[in-house]
Design a protein around this ligand. Structure first.
Ligand code: CAA
Length: 284
């Protein structure tokens, strides 16, 4: 089976990044979102990223046009799934929304289509269970910013077949990424390790151990992290960080994953990080 037709559902930051990388890797891409405005916003971000590549002399104007020409925007899920060899879902991190999308994809996609989710921590097995093809459902967790980060966590649900796993691993390589095999437990590996570190950094601020700038400096200069944990939390979105901590806490029932009260407070205040202009830092 060739993966010629690549559909991405959800044109937000992650979905548009995945669509960009897939188109740059030569796939015919269909980028779908519910609202025309979201699809256009996603395309605008991709165009801007490609323009930067042209400015840096890494891509010609002609190549940029070819990449954009491989991305077909749509607001029709049925049409987006109808001819797809693979669908990567990158909609909001909400189980009800994801299972709705997967039920619809299962109805609309041909029998051979692999249905992947870019979820950062929700159970693949539970998402797969709403379809009639759980052996063809898998996690494909890209990191933000997708065009830059090399990792794809490839997550096997309980029923994912070996054949599907190997196809997706190969696909990630064709997209220039390094796939890493992971089993389906809360937070997988990336967020099981990353989020408790971010949560602990927030506790350090909450308990008055240090100011946010100081916590970030320690981790940047002391551990060579490209961004300090609080800058990274603002970049990921504090609502997403809280959601992932809740998923770990609920999934393991272990108090070591309790979200910091300061994180809850910021989210309740609408201080969600870079996207709302305020989190641990302010953005102009
Ligand atoms: N889209 C595309 N390219 C981008 C980009 C974006 N949003 N942001 C930065 N870049 C590119 C820049 O164009 C630049 O490219 P060149 O080197 O080719 O010129 C390169 O990335 C470096 O950018 P900058 O020089 O502007 O800044 P930087 O050196 O600080 O790097 C960074 C930016 C790559 C984001 C770096 O700070 C970093 O690696 N941060 C950590 C990111 C991280 O941890 N991501 C994982 C988050 S967790 C997650 O995604 C999973 C989850 O489930 C929550």
């Amino acid at each position: 089976m060739s993966m010629g037709q690549f559909t991405v559902v959800g044109a937000g930051q992650m979905g548009s990044g995945i669509a960009q990388v897939a188109a740059q890797s030569g796939f015919q891409v269909c980028l779908m979102d519910l609202d025309e405005a979201y699809v256009q916003k996603g395309l605008k971000g991709i165009t801007k990223n490609l323009a930067r590549q042209v400015e840096k002399g890494r891509m010609t104007e002609g190549e940029k046009g070819e990449v954009l020409g491989r991305i077909r925007p749509t607001t029709n899920l049925r049409e987006a799934a109808g001819k797809a060899d693979i669908v990567v879902e990158a909609v909001v991190e909400n189980m009800q929304v994801k299972t709705d999308v997967f039920s619809q994809l299962d109805e609309a996609a041909p029998a051979h289509t692999i249905l992947a989710t870019n979820t950062s921590s929700l159970p693949i097995t539970e998402i797969a269970a709403v379809t009639r093809r759980p052996e063809q459902v898998i996690g494909m967790h890209f990191m933000n910013p997708v065009p830059v980060m090399k990792l794809v966590e490839v997550i096997r649900g309980l029923a994912t077949s070996d054949e599907v796993y190997h196809k997706v691993e190969q696909l990630a390589r064709e997209m220039g990424k390094n796939p890493v095999e992971v089993n389906d437990f809360p937070g997988f590996v990336a967020n099981r390790v990353l989020m408790p570190m971010i949560n602990e950094a927030i506790y350090a601020v909450y308990e008055g151990v240090a100011e946010p700038e100081a916590v970030d400096q320690v981790m940047k200069l002391g551990m060579n992290h490209p961004m300090g944990p609080l800058t990274l939390a603002d970049f990921i979105g504090l609502d997403t960080c809280l959601y992932i901590m809740e998923t770990l806490y609920d999934g393991f029932g272990d108090s070591k994953y309790r979200p910091c009260p300061l994180l809850r407070k910021y989210v309740k205040a609408g201080w969600l990080g870079k996207k709302t202009g305020r989190g641990f830092y302010t953005y102009g």
